[in-house]
Write a protein that binds this ligand. Structure first.
Ligand SMILES: [Zn+2]
Ligand SMILES: [Zn+2]
Length: 233
């Protein structure tokens, strides 16, 4: 599995927020600003599937721009997201005055709604979804299984049982490391460090980093990531 790190930061930095390309055909999260990179640096020619972890703007805000490009092409697309994705998109089409996108969305895009513990087949990928804890918002983590390796994506979450399930079942995980201190919305770098020591069969890649936690990731000897980095599993 080829994982391209489109962005690896959280909102309050200069760098792009966290987003991934899997084998150039599946996108995990489309944060604000990511469209520029997805379109100009990688192209969207081979995209078939889009996974959204939750509807905060640093995971979802550029989806309408990606849809605008895909809707001009032949082909069908699948979006796996928490409940209500299409309704939120239609609100965005209204807010940004692009109502013409409604028709191609109805015709070309299939929307699958995440359920805790459920598996979905997207072409050759088996995707398992886990409900995470991220404030009051419906948020999900994923395991993407291509038949060879299982790679986990925590999305935004604090410590919870679902996170441990993803870690135990995955060969590697891209994990929220937003915070210095433990809190109810995100993981701290300390928590990620402790998890990496406890679950040694899983490779941890801290992402959704801030300027402060980026330094801690390095100081703690955790795997550093960078924008544009490609990791093969
Ligand atoms: Zn969030
Ligand atoms: Zn976030």
């Amino acid at each position: 599995m080829k994982v391209t790190i489109v962005g690896n930061h959280c909102t309050w930095t200069r760098a792009l927020s966290t987003s991934f390309l899997i084998n150039d055909e599946l996108i995990v999260d489309v944060p604000q600003g990511s469209f520029k990179s997805l379109y100009r640096d990688y192209g969207l020619d081979n995209i078939k599937y889009i996974l959204i972890t939750h509807f905060h703007s640093d995971h979802f805000a550029d989806l309408h721009l990606v849809i605008d490009i895909l809707s001009r092409r032949k082909g069908k697309y699948v979006i796996l997201a928490p409940k209500g994705c299409k309704e939120r998109l239609f609100s965005i089409f209204h807010a940004f005055d692009v109502p013409h996108l409604k028709k191609p969305v109805e015709e070309k895009f299939e929307f699958l709604e995440c359920e805790n513990g459920k598996s979905y087949s997207l072409g050759k990928y088996k995707i398992k979804t886990y409900k995470m804890i991220h404030g009051s918002l419906d948020a999900y983590g994923y395991i993407i299984d291509d038949g060879r390796v299982k790679v986990g994506f925590s999305g935004d979450t604090c410590m919870c049982n679902s996170l441990l399930k993803i870690i135990k079942k995955s060969n590697a995980i891209f994990i929220d490391a937003s915070k210095i201190d433990e809190n109810l919305n995100h993981l701290s770098v300390n928590e990620v460090l402790n998890l990496s020591r406890e679950y040694k069969n899983t490779t941890f890649y801290p992402v959704h980093i801030s300027d402060a936690t980026k330094k801690l990731v390095k100081d703690f000897g955790l795997n550093e990531t960078s924008e544009g980095q490609i990791i093969y599993f």
